[in-house]
Ligand binder design. Structure first.
Ligand SMILES: NC(=O)C1=CN([C@@H]2O[C@H](COP(=O)(O)OP(=O)(O)OC[C@H]3O[C@@H](n4cnc5c(N)ncnc54)[C@H](O)[C@@H]3O)[C@@H](O)[C@H]2O)C=CC1
Ligand SMILES: CC(=O)C(C)=O
Length: 256
């Protein structure tokens, strides 16, 4: 029987690309998101093209909902081998504008969501009597401090720490934990940021997005599929001896 992966934030962007790639790799997939209609659209597309997918509504900031989503996955497919804690939000927050709500909302999704996903998947792996793979989304902004990203960057630095600590804690159960750190990927998240950059300069979204390629050695932004191919490796047996690592997929950002 083919393996099972759960991907959070799979209704668009990087999560959607990961879902399609893992299906191509032979996984059955559970697509989890806050908006059922978005993950259902991706699941319908996969099912119509010979893959096997279910859509599950859950807010990753809510522990109970994440545990329910993992339970629904086990019930539908009878197994779970990989969780990709991909869902995230990216507010732009100059330090002096940061509010308590900004901190709580962003940390609730980006950090707590990864902790709940890690706990729920670990519980499921143990119940199923086998190990598994936990894969977390961090960012180049969690490797190098970016101006105006205090809130977002702090969550993504935290993910690298959580990835290292849980890798050491969970290795005894045959579980590996790794992270991927994209640079600038052409997804709805980045188009929102590009819109603000363009608007502030009196230019359009395309102009805003183009500004980001300046600092990239490869001279271009990333496609979501280029992140999904790294997640494919981390989900496969080829990465069985890799744990606690963050793979940076940023095209060689020149500030590093
Ligand atoms: N796009 C980029 O350039 C980069 C993205 N990343 C990270 O990659 C991950 C995916 O990003 P994108 O695909 O670009 O973002 P996106 O905004 O295009 O898609 C994220 C998805 O997550 C879902 N989501 C948000 N909060 C949720 C919650 N509380 N519960 C369940 N689902 C929720 C959204 O509804 C959306 O469908 C994020 O963790 C992001 O921080 C990291 C580096 C760069
Ligand atoms: C959204 C993000 O992760 C950036 C700008 O690095």
């Amino acid at each position: 029987m083919s393996k099972v992966a759960l991907v959070t934030g799979a209704g668009q962007g990087i999560g959607e690309a990961i879902a399609h790639r893992l299906v191509k790799d032979g996984f059955r997939v559970a697509l989890v998101g806050r908006h059922l209609e978005k993950v259902q659209r991706v699941a319908n597309d996969i099912n119509a093209n010979g893959g096997e997918a279910i859509a599950v509504r859950a807010d990753v900031a809510k522990r109970d909902e994440v545990f329910e989503a993992v339970k629904a996955t086990k019930k539908a497919f009878g197994d779970l081998n990989v969780i990709v804690n991909n869902a995230g939000v990216a507010p732009t927050t100059p330090i002096m504008d940061v509010t308590e709500d900004d901190m709580n909302w962003t940390w609730g999704i980006n950090v707590n969501g990864v902790v709940w996903g890690t706990q729920a998947a670990t519980e499921a792996f143990k119940e199923l009597g086998h190990g598994g793979k936990i894969i977390n989304a961090t960012s180049q902004a969690g490797v190098e401090g970016n101006p105006n990203l205090t809130v977002y960057g702090s969550t993504k630095f935290a993910i690298r720490g959580i990835t290292q600590t849980t890798a050491k804690e969970l290795a005894q159960f045959g579980i590996t934990v790794n992270a991927f750190a994209p640079g600038i990927v052409k997804t709805p998240m980045m188009w929102d940021i590009a819109h603000k950059v363009g608007q502030n300069a009196g230019k359009d979204d395309e102009w805003g997005m183009a500004q980001f390629s300046d600092g990239i050695a490869l001279g271009r932004l990333s496609e979501p599929e280029e992140i999904a191919s790294v997640v494919s490796f981390l989900s496969s047996d080829d990465s069985n001896y890799v744990t606690g690592q963050t793979i940076i997929v940023d095209g060689g950002m020149v500030f590093r």
